[in-house]
Ligand binder design. Structure first.
Ligand code: ADP
Ligand code: MG
Length: 184
């Protein structure tokens, strides 16, 4: 299997008027296609910062920019899906237009992509709720909608930043099972 992501000697610090918070120091690891990796550590250790560096929202102070990974492999730009801790569904849009948001922005509302979104909504129990607003869904349903929105663009690299931590224990167990099946 070939390397999908290379993080080489990456360091990052946040700066403010009061000083500097060194967050990541000399981080290196490689991920191959098809691999599943978990980043584990206590709150505040830099997990979210690392994911933001990988998808290019932040740029490292030292080391190679991991978001430029596609360049190293001389292939066309790869798609990254990034699912955050909060679902960030927009209340002024229906569930359907929330899950279509990425496709809309990237001008990819073709049949190929929308068919897959429709199927995911059906498979994961949200089809009958496609016209309602996010506030009319339970926490678990909202997380599933956020995941479908992330998967709609068919990312080659999927970054999940504690996407279920806002859910209560029981809901988390059932959503985790759903998500496991979706990702598989
Ligand atoms: P984790 O996701 O592992 O909980 P974060 O990557 O969010 O950790 O944060 C790592 C460290 O960087 C923490 O000490 C946090 O206080 C600091 N930090 C995170 N975001 C900012 C920011 N925007 N400005 C300043 N410091 C930040
Ligand atoms: Mg975090």
């Amino acid at each position: 299997m070939s390397e999908l992501l290379e993080v080489n000697h990456v360091s990052y610090a946040y700066h403010s008027i009061d000083g500097e918070t060194e967050t990541l120091a000399d981080i290196s690891f490689h991920i191959k296609e098809g691999e599943f990796a978990a980043i584990v550590g206590p709150s505040g250790c830099g997990k979210s910062t690392l994911l933001s560096l990988i998808c290019g929202l932040l740029k490292p102070e030292k080391g190679e920019n991991p978001a430029r990974w596609q360049k190293h492999r001389r292939r066309k730009k790869k798609r990254i899906g990034y699912m955050l801790q909060k679902d960030y569904l927009f209340e002024w849009r229906s569930i359907y237009s929330n899950v279509m948001l990425g496709l809309e922005i990237q001008k990819k509302k073709s049949e190929k992509y929308t068919k897959r979104v429709d199927q995911m909504l059906k498979d994961y129990g949200l089809w009958d709720f496609r016209d309602v607003r996010p506030s009319q869904l339970s926490g678990g349903m909202r997380q599933r909608a956020a995941l479908i929105r992330t998967l709609a663009l068919q990312p080659e690299l999927l970054l999940l930043d504690e996407p279920f931590s806002a859910l209560d224990y029981q809901t988390r167990l059932s959503v985790c099972e759903d998500i496991y099946r979706i990702i598989k």
